[in-house]
Every structure is written in structure tokens, then in C-alpha cells.
Design a protein around this ligand. Structure first.
Ligand code: ZN
Ligand code: ZN
Length: 274
């Protein structure tokens, strides 16, 4: 049996803005020696939300993808295929979120805060740097939203918990290092603990120029302290990134005392040591 992380719960296909078909992603997961592989395509956005990176015809392809995943889920022996969905937190459209997650028998729902104040939460590189005060307000609202999302019960996994740092890494690092700011993250982690929601630890950040997993060390340490369980994912948007940098990710999470991840499969909660 493969040592290390054997489950990758978060990936995308060509249906949203990934590069590869589900079959190629699954092949890559098998080649990487995974025992569980989750395809968790982005949810179709309700009006007036937009993400210009998504294919325009994503809404038409989505049901076909999910049909195909349901088929493959029955046939793919190894790795065991999981069908998740990465749901955008759109609190003013609870009807849309409810319909989306009820539309199929998903193994799990990954909740994501991609939108904040009517724009993408990560902003454009040009929207940073802003003043420290504005950054503080943006980061604080981001974690308030995360607390709301986790408390709402819509998701089983809270994705990339400091994704907002993508285009403002140095500014975010200065912010999160201050204990009073880390305290603003705590309610989201406590809500995860209370609701049994998993915190995702994602190797996607390791593929960025800043080479830091999501979340960074301060939030990791706090999550361990609060006792939040974790889900591990690559957020691969191409076959080449499936299980990407998982050895590095395993060493990273072990550094905070984590020795196991949780996988949600067919209503079961499986604990996988690494
Ligand atoms: Zn995401
Ligand atoms: Zn994703």
C-alpha cells in the first residue's frame, strides 16, 4: 500500500476551467497511487455572480459530467471515485445553493468563498495593495463569511481557508501574524469543530510562487489547537497536478501534529492515516 496521503478530495475538469477530461484525471490519480479520488467541479453560479474564468457553456456540460461521474463511480475500482461539488457560498441565494446540493447524491460538498463584496474574494492583482485598513476590513469580512458558511450547514468541507492571500501574500502574512487578527479566524474554526466540518488543507498554494499551502502555518496551528479534522486536496485543474506535492503536504500537516485525514464516501466518514 502507498505510504503518505492516499486521498485527494478536490479537483476540477474541463467542464469549468480545468484542462482535462474526468477520465484523464482518474488515470492520473491511479498513476499517483491514490486510493480515493474526488472530482469536485465548481457549482454553476446563480445570477448575478460571475467568474470570467469559467467556460460560458459550463451550465450545459455540468449535468453531462455528473451523469458520467455517476457511471464511473460504479465502475472505477481503484482509486475509488468520489463525486463532490465545490459550492460557491452565495448567501443571498440560499435557494440556488439548496437546489445545487440536492440535485445529486454527492459524496460531499466543499464550501468555498470565491466572492466577497460583489467581486472575486482574491481580487485582481491590481486591487492590492490597498491600504492596510481596507485590507484588514476585507480579511475580516472574509472570515466572517467563512463562519457564516460553516455554521449554515451547507458544506462538509471548508476549502482553501486562506485563499484570499493569492494576490496579496505579503499583506496577508503581516495581517495573520498578529494575534488579534488570528482571533478573527478562530470563530470559523470553532464552527468547523462544532459542526464536524472538515478544514481543507490544500497543496494548491504550494504550486503558487509563494509556495505555502492553504492554510498557512498560523491557521494550521490554530486548527490543531481547536481540534478541527482535515481533508486533503490538490485542487488540481489538470491531470499533471492530481495529488500534486502531496509528500510536501504530508510533511507540512505532520508538523502540526496531524497524522490522519478524513474522507467522506457514500455517507461514511473514513479516517486515513498517513
Ligand atoms: Zn476554490
Ligand atoms: Zn477548486
Amino acid at each position: 500500500m502507498k505510504q503518505g496521503i492516499v486521498a485527494d478530495a478536490h479537483s476540477h475538469t474541463v467542464v469549468s476551467h480545468g484542462k482535462d477530461a474526468p477520465e484523464a484525471m482518474i488515470e492520473a490519480a491511479a498513476a499517483a497511487g491514490l486510493e480515493y479520488f474526488g472530482i469536485s467541479e465548481h457549482s454553476v453560479l446563480p445570477q448575478p455572480y460571475v467568474c470570467r474564468m469559467y467556460r460560458e457553456d459550463m451550465a450545459e456540460w455540468m449535468p453531462l459530467l455528473l451523469d458520467r461521474l455517476e457511471e464511473l463511480r460504479l465502475t472505477a475500482a481503484r482509486p475509488r471515485l468520489l463525486m463532490g461539488i465545490e459550492l460557491d457560498w452565495t448567501p443571498d441565494r440560499p435557494d440556488h445553493m439548496r437546489r445545487t446540493i440536492a440535485s445529486r447524491a454527492f459524496d460531499y460538498v466543499i464550501g468555498s468563498i470565491h466572492h466577497l463584496d460583489g467581486r472575486l474574494s482574491v481580487g485582481s492583482p491590481a486591487s492590492w495593495p490597498c491600504s492596510e485598513a481596507e485590507a484588514d476590513a476585507r480579511f475580516s469580512r472574509y472570515y466572517a463569511l467563512m463562519t457564516d458558511m460553516v455554521s449554515s450547514g451547507v458544506c462538509h468541507i471548508a476549502s482553501h481557508p486562506d485563499f484570499i492571500k493569492l494576490n496579496c501574500f505579503d499583506m496577508f502574512r503581516r495581517w495573520i501574524r498578529q494575534p488579534r487578527n488570528l482571533a478573527r479566524v478562530r470563530p470559523a474554526l470553532e464552527a468547523m469543530k462544532r459542526g464536524g466540518v472538515l478544514m481543507e488543507v490544500s497543496s494548491a498554494g504550494l504550486r503558487q510562487p509563494f509556495a505555502e499551502a492553504y492554510p498557512g502555518p498560523e491557521i494550521m496551528a490554530l486548527a490543531a489547537d481547536v481540534g478541527v479534522e482535515i481533508s486533503l486536496g490538490s485542487d488540481a485543474h489538470s491531470a499533471a497536478d492530481v495529488a500534486g506535492k502531496f509528500d510536501e503536504l504530508a510533511a507540512y500537516v505532520r508538523g502540526f501534529g496531524y497524522t490522519q485525514g478524513v474522507v467522506l464516501a457514500g455517507g461514511e466518514r473514513l479516517t486515513l492515516p498517513f
